[in-house]
Design a protein around this ligand. Structure first.
Ligand code: S3P
Length: 175
């Protein structure tokens, strides 16, 4: 059974695009946490935040991600999981990520992350100052769960996916 490959990182770091490519490349199942949270709550993320508030979003995210990690562990093809940027801030998820061997941080610069995330539908990417302070708050949390860190600055999604495979292969001889 293959260990799940789990992508973490801030909003706008490319987790979904890279996760999809990786899953194709490695012939693994792909799970994207955010759409599954939307499905569970029956509405898009901005509405979840607006109607129910962030704490309810985090509760649903905790349930979805915990379920995904359990499901992925049983998958015979192996899984690639793209987490939402705030999943690491949920204690129960953090505890699990610390023990997962293939957690990869997509390490994006805050200015580039803002350029990617601004003007979209992310409730926590509405104000540049708040975005920056969240980034600063979370930086060390991402690093403390990551077993691999990929600097995404000069790479497109395909380049990041290739780099992840290369890094894990170098260290473990697998993938
Ligand atoms: C969030 C990141 C988003 C989404 C939600 C909250 C965060 O996911 O889960 O808007 O707290 O960083 P992406 O990282 O995929 O944008």
């Amino acid at each position: 059974m293959a260990e799940a490959l789990i992508l973490t990182g801030f909003m706008g770091s490319g987790k979904t695009a890279v996760g999809k490519l990786l899953a194709e490349k490695l012939d693994r199942d792909f799970f994207d946490a955010d759409p599954l949270v939307e499905e569970r709550m029956g509405m898009p993320i901005p509405e979840i935040f607006e109607i129910h508030g962030e704490p309810e979003f985090r509760k649903a995210e905790e349930t979805v991600v915990t379920g995904l990690l359990g499901e992925a562990a049983k998958s015979s093809r192996g899984a690639v999981i793209s987490l939402g940027g705030g999943a690491v801030t949920i204690a129960a998820i953090y505890e699990k990520l610390v023990r997962e061997p293939l957690v990869v941080l997509l390490d994006e610069d805050v200015d580039r992350a803002w350029q990617h995330a601004r003007g979209g539908s992310r409730p926590l990417a509405a104000d540049p100052e708040h975005f920056r302070s969240l980034y600063a708050e979370r930086e060390s949390i991402y690093r403390s769960v990551a077993k691999y860190i990929v600097d995404t600055r000069d790479l497109d999604a395909g380049g990041v996916a290739d780099r992840i495979v290369e890094l894990i292969h170098e260290r473990t001889g697998t993938l």
